[in-house]
Ligand binder design. Structure first.
Ligand code: PEP
Ligand code: MG
Length: 755
């Protein structure tokens, strides 16, 4: 910390001299981080990164060495906005060799993006001859330097060149994804990233810490007032209960000592209070980019929302922007309190560049009936306050004019068309509410069991809201990931008992801890693996470290307290693994009294190898639940979190449908219950096909229940089964059968687009 303060002090002197001081800056940083090389690259028009200053690489490569964004380690850091810490950079697949630099002599590299107001301006990197991983303190130090460097580069005009080419005034269209379906039109309000603080370094650390304390108190009062003012009346029933839980959780995060301590530490390291908050928020943003688990991403998004509030409480800019009624809000991200805030100011909908349908912001927006979309890349840079915009997230068969999109500065004719669509939509909305109390059965009388996937207590309210048949997948690891630690047995038992209480007579399938892969608990870092999704994760950890799994099984048995209990194991690859897990459960069950009224033990089917062990598996299990998310990734060898592969392989493809049909037949013959609990079950056309294959229990996120129910209620299942069989018979090697299945559904007037 003392070293960091000293470095910051020297940097302050250099910064005052502007870009001309860069050669000295790189020398200073190289010395401070005990590295032979320190280089700064700056972003030029055309997405080119140019070497601007270096200590340690050949001096004549300055101004000559160039990389495209995305090219080489430096280009990758600029493209992803995340640091890279590589002991052996030259053997990294992204490494791009530039002979003029002489960098073949250096093995390790730490590269950090230089960003300002959400925009990448360049990259700073240090290199060492010896292979070594830079420690977290060094990474933090270089990130702080990057923050200061951003000011120098910005003053030197890097921002203008990075933004060149953007900002036309003609009508523009941005494809997006739906968070909350709906249509909205209105003038735009652009919520840019908070500008960096004017004063970076602390003159008096004690005074900065006191300012932080005062600002935290102001922020917390503000949040309390916002929550007490409450959700408006229209967020009724379970939606309101769920929203309240989100806001309560948010209030807890606001008081969480962990991130506030990090802000305090950054002040003690020499930064002003504003710069320290900025710094911690920047770290959070970087961490968020690397996490694929939606729940964890949300928790970090909450923290970022709080950081914005804290900056406002410190007297910073932002947060007080106004919106005309009916405005459309454009933001990089939104946290739950911000959604509430802006809703109370009368916005008609919002667009976020980053966000998922399961985000807290989206859940709240749904409760408030606020149309929302995510994606729409580039809209933030293009739009200006007051521009007219349309959010088209319409999901009606007659609507969906051109897929989900944001239209900026639309032509008059287009506006008229959308105005009519808005009116038609309002008329249609009334119909959904009526579905809740109608049975989930096909037109020709087959009952389908529609269940919920649940991970947090706040989702339990959706059981009653949707009248679901039970919980077909309770992801036990999610609550632990959200709280950042594994709860002890009594705490776990209490949490599971609350789930069973909420479900009442409805069944709950508890899945044991599915940790590993990208679901990591802080402090429990697993050994680095090349392919963590296929690595030492999930039940594999449970069987190799049985104490953890046994404690969880005991907690589940205690929670049941004599009620029926269903437990399933994730990522089972062999019957032997299932038997070993079941033996652990049986051993615990022998000790816990009262014993559950019935103990049902099942497996997730996520690993294709289980299909080749069906005869033995079916003898060993009471039920099977197909996790299509993982099964798809392992069947097609396609990473589920790689965006470019998301649409490449289809559940509605001959291999997957053959697999599921075989499984359904064999389960039926063996009298083993079968369900599907991957996200696919929430999509009407997939749900219809699964039922068509004979899988009549589907578990899904709450948002899927009504659209799926609506479709099933108008489906003639008998006829569809005949058609599906014919489509499969004549597949002729097609990669997907989606088109003929969808065409048949459309011809028969089925509502396959409702979400
Ligand atoms: C699945 O893999 O389909 C599944 C339901 O489990 P998770 O998404 O939690 O991996
Ligand atoms: Mg899975």
């Amino acid at each position: 910390m003392v070293a960091q303060r000293r470095l910051l002090g020297r940097l302050r002197e250099l910064m005052a001299r502007g870009a001309g001081s860069l050669p000295e800056l790189v020398r200073l940083v190289a010395g401070e981080l005990v590295s032979e090389v320190c280089s700064v690259y700056t972003l030029k028009p055309g997405d080119i990164l140019e070497l601007l200053a270096t200590e340690g690489l050949r001096p004549d490569s300055v101004g000559r060495t160039r990389l495209r964004v995305g090219e080489g380690i430096i280009g990758m850091v600029a493209a992803t906005g995340a640091p890279l810490n590589l002991p052996d950079a030259q053997n990294h697949p992204a490494f791009a060799y530039r002979p003029e630099t002489g960098e073949e002599n250096f093995a390790s590299m730490l590269a950090v993006p230089v960003r300002r107001a959400g925009r990448t301006l360049g990259v700073i990197a240090v290199q060492n001859r010896n292979p070594r991983r830079f420690d977290p303190g060094e990474v933090e130090e270089l990130e702080t330097v990057a923050m200061l460097l951003a000011e120098v580069l910005s003053a030197a005009g890097a921002e203008e060149s990075a933004a060149e080419g953007l900002g036309a005034t003609v009508p523009r269209r941005f494809p997006a994804t739906v968070l909350v379906p709906g249509l909205a039109m209105g003038p735009v309000v652009v919520l840019g990233a908070a500008p960096p603080p004017g004063r970076m370094l602390a003159d008096n650390t004690g005074e900065e810490l006191a300012r932080l304390d005062r600002a935290v108190a102001t922020m917390q009062q503000g949040i309390d007032a916002l929550i007490e003012a409450g959700l408006p009346q229209e967020a009724a029933g379970a939606a309101s209960a769920a929203s309240r839980e989100i806001l309560d959780a948010y209030r807890l995060v606001a008081a969480d000592a962990g991130w506030l301590k990090r802000v305090g530490d950054a002040i003690r390291g020499g930064l002003s209070a504003e710069a320290a908050v900025h710094r911690v928020a920047g770290d959070l943003r970087d961490r968020m980019r690397r996490i694929t688990d939606p729940y964890l991403r949300e928790r970090l998004a909450d923290l970022e929302d709080l950081a914005g509030r804290l900056l406002a409480a410190l007297g910073g800019p932002g947060a007080v922007k106004t919106a005309p009624p009916g405005a459309i809000l454009l933001a990089r991200r939104l946290g739950p309190a911000e959604v509430l805030d802006w809703h109370s100011r009368g916005i008609a909908g919002f667009v976020v560049e980053e966000g998922s349908a399961s985000s807290h912001a989206a859940i709240l927006a749904r409760a408030l009936g606020l149309p929302a979309v995510a994606g729409a890349r580039g809209v933030l840079e293009t739009a200006e306050d007051g521009d007219e915009a349309i959010i088209d997230a319409d999901d009606s068969p007659a609507g969906g004019l051109a897929g989900c999109q944001v239209l900026l500065r639309p032509e008059q004719d287009l506006r008229r068309v959308y105005l009519r669509a808005v009116e038609a939509r309002e008329a249609r909305q009334a119909g959904f509410a009526a579905l809740r109390d109608l049975p989930a059965e096909t037109r020709d009388g087959t009952q389908v069991s529609l269940m919920l996937n649940v991970g947090l207590a706040l989702e339990l309210a959706q059981l009653d809201a949707t009248a679901a048949a039970g919980i077909g997948l309770f992801r036990t690891e999610i609550a632990m990931l959200a709280r950042g630690a594994i709860a002890d047995v009594p705490e776990q038992a209490a949490a599971y008992a609350r789930v069973l209480d909420a479900a009442g007579d409805r069944p709950v399938l508890f899945r044991t801890l599915d940790l590993g892969g990208d679901k990591l608990l802080p402090g429990n870092e697993l050994p680095a693996e090349e392919n963590p999704a296929m690595g030492w994760r999930s039940l594999r950890i449970g069987l190799d470290r049985p104490a953890l799994l046994r404690r969880q099984l005991r907690a589940l048995l205690l929670a049941a307290g004599g009620r029926p209990l269903s437990v399933m194991f994730p990522m089972v690859a062999t019957v032997a693994e299932f038997r070993a897990a079941r033996a652990l459960l049986d051993a615990e069950a022998a000790k816990v009294r009262p014993a559950p009224a019935a103990l049902r033990v099942g497996t997730m089917l996520e690993v294709p190898a289980l299909m080749f062990q069906l005869p033995e598996l079916l003898k060993a299990v009471d039920f099977i639940s197909v996790g299509t998310n993982d099964l798809m990734q392992f069947l097609f060898a396609a990473d589920r979190s790689t965006p470019s592969l998301a649409a490449r392989y289809d559940l509605l493809s001959p291999p997957m449908l053959d697999l599921l049909a075989t499984l359904a037949e064999q389960c039926r013959a063996a009298g083993v219950a079968l369900s599907v609990c991957g996200e696919a079950a929430a999509r009407p056309i997939e749900a219809m096909t699964l039922v068509g294959l004979g899988i009549e229990t589907l578990s899904m996120p709450a948002s899927g229940i009504f659209p799926v129910k609506s479709l099933l209620r108008s489906l003639d299942l008998g006829e569809f089964r005949r058609v599906l069989a014919a489509i499969r018979r004549t597949a002729g090697g097609a990669a997907s059968l989606r088109e003929p299945i969808t065409a048949w559904a459309r011809e028969h007037g089925l509502e396959i687009d409702r979400t």
